[in-house]
Design a binder for this molecule. Structure first.
Ligand SMILES: *Cc1c(COP(=O)(O)O)cnc(C)c1O
Length: 414
């Protein structure tokens, strides 16, 4: 809990101005005037730290980038138009036709579709395995998979990866290790556990208010002799790596953002900073509530799934590695689609929507919405059963939530 006290002190000040307007300024300009032809040349050469053009980043997004890098202990950050934008940026900046990416665990639907259907159209193949299938993971990395991608907590299958063990494996085989930390900002710190890159959908918990779509990629500093990246399999980024410790930022900007344009807009970055100020306070509250709610539901016979419960297969890993919780998501298996619909329609507090990490509790039937386009076997891989309802716990009183859900369960299922 000391941890939260540190962030409660840090975060509200990260984006504030101590003189003049305290809130961050929104700079809506797409273009920026250069003082002279010489300055224009210097800006384009990356020698003068001034904005080039908003597709390459704007000052409001720049402020959010600095705040996120500080929060995560990263060398720098790049903010994007959405979480999918951040993932697309990382994949297209580092991979090319003929490369393979190893996907461990069941993913958020958009990420899974991207890996399974979209990237293969550009010659980048994905392999899938469970978070605990270390044998397959090792074989795939040994055979040259260039990147390992994992979610810090499977959304919505709630399987927990052993991030440190995966990081060691990636270092051994020279693969880039990317962690989607959308569900666990502050409580899991992947860069400190050996990840090379962290991606976020800031739309979710970092904002908390459902008012701004956004994403971010953060990365570790380059080392003097960066064994992983100086390998010839990363030859195509070698000219950019000469730019110093934060060179990975240039890799993302020059090889993805400039050409694909998944840039964040200033207003969304501003709203994201407003959310960031209270992130630690909200995180502590939500993670305490999730544990309480899961236990209350479990005690009343609701088929609830969460790693804090002793019957979850990763309960021991949860206790050892996720001391402060594992984010806002719990799932409830209602058995069938019909029962799930009845349960959802009985709920009075949760809002039915395809989002998580909101200050309000949200709920959604998985198989008929986000996962509707997937084959039966793919749904099984991602832990999507026919009656699965995902709940994202908000700031409300957990007792009120429990009462609402237990009532709805009894009316529709019990
Ligand atoms: C929502 C989500 C994304 C995608 O983010 P958007 O901001 O909606 O594009 C990626 N990963 C995870 C784990 C998510 O929950």
């Amino acid at each position: 809990m000391k941890h939260y006290e540190y962030f409660n002190t840090l975060l509200p000040h990260l984006t504030a101005n101590r003189e003049g307007p305290v809130a961050s300024q929104i700079v809506p300009s797409a273009a920026f005037g250069y003082a002279s032809a010489q300055e224009a040349e210097a800006i384009f050469a990356g020698e003068a730290p001034k904005p080039v053009y908003a597709r390459m980043g704007n000052p409001t997004g720049g402020k959010l980038e600095q705040a996120l890098a500080k929060m995560e202990g990263g060398a720098a950050a790049v903010v994007t138009s959405s979480g999918m934008g951040a993932i697309a940026m990382v994949l297209t900046a580092f991979l090319q036709s003929g490369d393979r990416v190893l996907c461990a665990g069941g993913f958020f639907g958009g990420t899974y579709a991207m890996m399974k259907d979209t990237m293969p159209r550009f010659g980048i193949e994905a392999e899938f395995c469970d978070v605990d299938d270390f044998e397959k993971m090792e074989k795939s990395l040994e055979n040259g998979a260039k990147m390992l991608f994992v979610e810090s907590v499977g959304n919505p299958n709630l399987r927990l990866p052993d991030i440190r063990r995966m990081a060691i494996m990636c270092d051994r085989y020279g693969a880039l290790f990317v962690v989607d930390n959308t569900l666990t900002p502050l409580i899991v710190q992947p860069l400190k556990m050996g990840a090379d890159i962290v991606v976020y959908s800031t739309t979710k918990i970092i904002s908390g208010h459902s008012a701004a779509l956004g994403g971010a990629a953060l990365f570790r500093a380059l080392k003097d002799e960066d064994e992983k990246l100086i390998n010839r399999k990363f030859a195509s980024i070698h000219p950019i790596l000469k730019k110093g410790k934060a060179a990975l930022m240039m890799v993302l900007k020059k090889r993805a953002m400039r050409d694909f344009g998944m840039s964040a807009n200033a207003f969304a970055s501003f709203l994201t900073m407003v959310g960031l100020e209270t992130l630690a306070l909200r995180t502590e509250r939500v993670n305490t509530s999730v544990k309480k709610l899961a236990q209350l539901l479990h005690d009343e016979g609701v088929k609830v799934r969460h790693p804090s419960l002793a019957d979850h297969e990763h309960h021991l890993r949860y206790e050892a590695l996720f001391a402060d919780g594992c984010g806002p998501v719990v799932t409830i298996d209602c058995g069938t689609k019909e029962r799930a619909f009845a349960f959802l329609n009985e709920l009075k507090v949760p809002i039915q929507t395809a989002n998580i990490g909101d200050n309000r509790t949200l709920a959604l039937h998985m198989a008929s919405t986000i996962y509707r386009d997937f084959a039966e076997e793919e749904r099984r891989h991602m832990g999507i059963t026919p009656g699965l309802v995902r709940v994202s716990v908000g700031l409300e009183t957990p007792l009120v939530l429990a009462e609402d859900m237990i009532g709805a369960w009894k009316k529709s299922i019990g």
